[in-house]
Design a protein around this ligand. Structure first.
Ligand code: SAM
Length: 275
């Protein structure tokens, strides 16, 4: 793999917890590369040491990506092989690397994946929610108004949603999700996947929001939310709720009509006013 004409950029997935998930092919690619471009070299060194990989490391992160990639592209053009890794999981998936991969493609350099762990896919594979079509949202906006706006846009999404969230915002985020999508929406919170304290809680956004608010343990570590899309059942309930609301509205004040129509149909009360 070393020397010759242009080198190759290997995009290598690393474990999201369990070191056993670094595949033999990934170990080989990291060993054979001339240099490993890592999000945080201090973070990745122990992983490489664990596998006895002595390849040199160089930093490639959000703040130096533009500058560092020029030197990496030059090395690739000079015939060296570069392996790209991030702190955990698959590079470019809510992690740096996009600009390097794009620049390599533009320069006509071969780019090859060494697939492996990805928290979104790991979560989806065990959530027990429809997985034939899904939307990966990555991280929602950190600030509450922008996050709520984004959730309003997503409330009618029919496909399963996969969201990353950091533990210090998880209580707020789950409360916003419950308010935007309704407490009954099916969902799972998957924490610490492949690690000692791996857990999955559900079954609805109402239950998840209550558990993370009440139980500090449910706020620890890393987590992924998998949320069912708005189903046909919900659409049928809403149609029925709006029909009942229209009938009751002829006799009652809007708030009272909506309250009764929601109770009769099972549709969320807040969705009935505008219908
Ligand atoms: N590139 C990574 C991947 O392929 O999954 C994701 C990197 S992103 C910066 C980090 C987020 O991924 C965390 O905030 C969390 O939402 C999710 N994550 C990473 N490891 C996880 C794990 N072991 N269990 C649950 N979620 C995890």
């Amino acid at each position: 793999m070393k020397g010759g004409s242009a080198g190759k950029l290997w995009v290598v997935a690393t474990p999201i917890g369990n070191l056993g998930d670094l595949s033999p092919r990934a170990q080989q690619a990291l060993r054979d590369a001339n240099v490993i471009a890592a999000e945080d070299t201090r973070h990745s060194r122990p992983l490489l040491q664990h596998f006895g990989i002595a390849t040199s490391l160089t930093a490639l992160h959000e703040h130096n990506e533009r500058v560092a990639l020029a030197s990496l592209i030059a090395r690739l053009q000079a015939g060296e092989d570069v392996a790209l890794i991030s702190d955990a999981g698959t590079p470019l998936i809510s992690d740096p690397g996009f600009r390097l991969v794009r620049a390599a493609r533009e320069a006509g350099i071969d780019v090859a994946p060494v697939p492996g762990a990805c928290a979104a896919i790991a979560a989806l594979s065990v959530a027990g929610l429809p997985s034939d079509r899904f939307v990966f949202e990555g991280f929602l906006p950190a600030k509450a108004p922008a996050r709520r706006e984004r959730l309003r846009e997503l409330a009618d999404e029919a496909r399963t949603l996969v969201i990353y969230e950091s533990s210090h915002r998880i209580v707020e985020c789950c409360a916003d999700l419950r308010n935007a999508f309704g407490a009954e929406r099916e969902a799972r919170l998957l924490r610490e996947l492949t690690k000692l304290h791996e857990t999955c809680i559900g079954m609805t956004l109402g239950e998840i929001a209550a558990r993370v608010a009440d139980d500090p343990e449910q706020r620890l570590g890393e987590c992924v939310l998998v949320i069912a899309g708005r189903g046909e059942e919900a659409d049928a309930k809403l149609a029925e709720g709006r029909r009942v609301y229209a009938l009751l509205r002829a006799e009652l004040a809007p708030a009272q009509a909506a309250k009764l129509a929601a109770a009769i149909s099972g549709a969320p009360r807040k969705d009935l006013y505008g219908g």
